[in-house]
Design a binder for this molecule. Structure first.
Ligand code: B12
Ligand code: SF4
Length: 474
């Protein structure tokens, strides 16, 4: 059987907001995961439109498209194109699960929820000639799932080809998150068996890993066992975790021993009323500064995530947040405008209050206000969002953030990491166009591995602020 799998690019790909580096980071793990259920003699072409031009002249029997909210219109156009050519077209992913009736107009079959249980069932039905119109995932497990088809991923396109997910979902329930809508009708947090996760890590070449799990630290027992198994593998890695998990005694230390060097932390807001409003209880009454201090002491860099536009926010929120982030020495920050994704509690609440002003899914990209904020205008919210990026990444802020650190080596790492991420974008773009983005990976590994004197460097070679490997790469 001839199969085409597509991760469509978001409509933004044609707009001035397009940042090539952001879309050359991670390969399409979702499609490569369900591809593991195909037969060895199926002829599969997996294309990621963020990084390559699609070949639309082919004649596949089956077309599989993953739909995110911001790529929904492009996904539908591609689906319509292949249906006109007579292919059997299926759609799945987050947006299909949120709005199945909308997606069904463009597909022969649709899939709701994760694909590990429904996809093998569909393949059997399809081969037998009686596929259903709709498949709803109910059995939630990663036990016995075959290894992800990494052979279908064109590694050279990505800065982080070693992206990996070893769990699905998250134990928490924040109102604005996609999670509860996507995992409804079954378990919403479950893990791969640790042995299989370790085997997958072992199969990945090189040193660097990026865990894309929503909350790698969400199950202490699983995380501790995983980190224990990774000890001595010589990996350096990045992941996402909550403030609460950083403060939990013992777990962070295990992660650091296993190679954790940078963590994406969802601070979201500095206002406890907003945390309550969004049911983000796991952040309530947690000492954010202490969490950052703990990460710093262990040599882990912080990517702080912040959301603007909650009902308690007014026009002072931007300056306060940026000032706090800079003064804490956070290395990188990601700002978002609150976005009511269909299917979430946040969406239902805002729809009930008649506050949603825009149903153009292209705008649901966390850069636009698609609703009426409570305590400021849309213009103030959007301007404040953009100003936050400018303020956080101006050189004076980068230096101020770096100088919150005691050791010269830590300051250097801050300057190098933050500066090269935001200030060297033309260089990244050039390397992407030259198909050389992979060449940046050793530099990233070096920055994550080197600099400073930290508990995790005990016993490793040390020769002053810059280790020899970094000098080589410079
Ligand atoms: C990596 C990532 C990115 C990467 C690349 C995405 C990629 N290559 O897949 C980049 C940086 C480009 C990115 C960008 C954005 N992202 Co993003 N991203 C993620 C992240 C962290 C991991 C994705 C992943 O690999 N998951 C692991 C795999 C295994 O899961 P999966 O892809 O969902 O696939 C499973 C199922 O969905 C299902 N499935 C999927 N497709 C199909 C098809 C069929 C037929 C079947 C049967 C099953 C099926 O089966 C798979 C196996 O279970 C997710 C969070 C998350 N946990 O998913 C956010 C997430 C997907 N991103 C999100 C957002 C909002 C964005 C941006 C708009 C952010 C922005 N401000 O720019 C952009 C736009 C992206 C776009 N193209 O439209 C939201 C999506 C919200 C929504 N309702 O669509 C998420 C959920 C984050 C969040 N918590 O809000 N993102
Ligand atoms: S902690 Fe993060 S992943 Fe979990 S529900 Fe909240 S926003 Fe979603």
């Amino acid at each position: 059987m001839k199969v085409k799998m597509i991760l469509p690019a978001l409509t933004e790909a044609l707009s001035p907001f397009w940042r090539p580096i952001k879309y050359h980071l991670f390969p399409p793990l979702g499609l490569a995961s369900i591809a593991s259920f195909f037969d060895a003699d199926d002829d599969i072409d997996l294309q990621d439109e963020h990084v390559e031009r699609l070949n639309l002249d082919d004649e596949p029997d089956l077309v599989v498209i993953q739909v995110y909210i911001t790529s929904a219109y492009r996904a539908y156009a591609l689906a319509d194109h292949y249906r006109r050519k007579g292919a059997y077209v299926v759609l799945g992913g987050l947006h299909v699960t949120a709005l199945p009736e909308e997606a069904a107009q463009h597909a022969d079959s649709i899939f709701l929820g994760p694909g590990e249980d429904t996809w093998p069932q569909f393949l059997q039905d399809f081969r037998e000639g009686h596929p259903a119109k709709r498949y709803q995932s109910k059995i939630r497990t990663l036990v016995g799932v075959p290894p992800i088809r990494r052979d279908l991923i064109k590694r050279y396109h990505y800065l982080i080809p070693n992206s990996i997910v070893v769990s699905r979902g998250c134990p928490h329930h924040c109102d604005f998150c996609y999670k509860d809508a996507f995992y409804k009708d079954g378990k919403s947090f479950y893990m791969q068996p640790v042995d299989e996760a370790l085997a997958e890590i072992d199969r990945l070449p090189g040193k660097h890993l990026y865990f894309l799990d929503d909350h790698l630290f969400g199950n202490t027992e699983f995380a501790a066992e995983l980190f224990e198994g990774m000890k001595g593998m010589g990996r350096v890695w990045q992941a996402a975790g909550t403030v609460e998990s950083v403060l939990r005694p013992g777990l962070l230390e295990k992660a650091v021993d296993a190679g954790l060097r940078s963590l994406f932390v969802g601070f979201e807001t500095l206002n406890p009323h907003s945390l309550k409003e969004q049911h983000k209880y796991q952040n309530l009454n947690r000492d954010y500064s202490l969490a950052i201090q703990r990460l710093r002491e262990h040599g882990v860099m912080v990517n702080g995530s912040f959301v603007y536009g909650m009902d308690n926010d007014d026009e002072t929120v931007f300056e306060r947040t940026v000032e706090w982030a800079v003064s804490q020495g956070i290395e990188t920050a990601t700002f978002h405008i609150l976005t009511p994704y269909p299917g979430t509690l946040l969406y239902d609440r805002m729809a009930e209050q008649h506050r949603i002003t825009n149903h153009n899914w292209d705008r649901y990209d966390t850069r636009h206000a698609v609703y009426r904020p409570m305590n400021m205008s849309v213009e103030t919210l959007e301007a404040g969002y953009w100003r936050s990026y400018r303020e956080f990444y101006r050189w004076s802020s980068i230096f101020r953030g770096a100088w919150t650190k005691e050791h010269a080596a830590d300051r250097m790492r801050h300057l190098f990491y933050t500066g090269s991420w935001k200030k060297a974008e033309p260089v990244w773009d050039f390397l992407i166009r030259a198909k050389q983005v992979n060449r940046l990976l050793p530099m990233l590994e070096t920055v994550l591995t080197s600099f400073g004197h930290h508990p995790w460097m005990q016993g490793e070679e040390e020769e002053g602020p810059l280790s020899s490997s970094l000098k080589h790469s410079l």
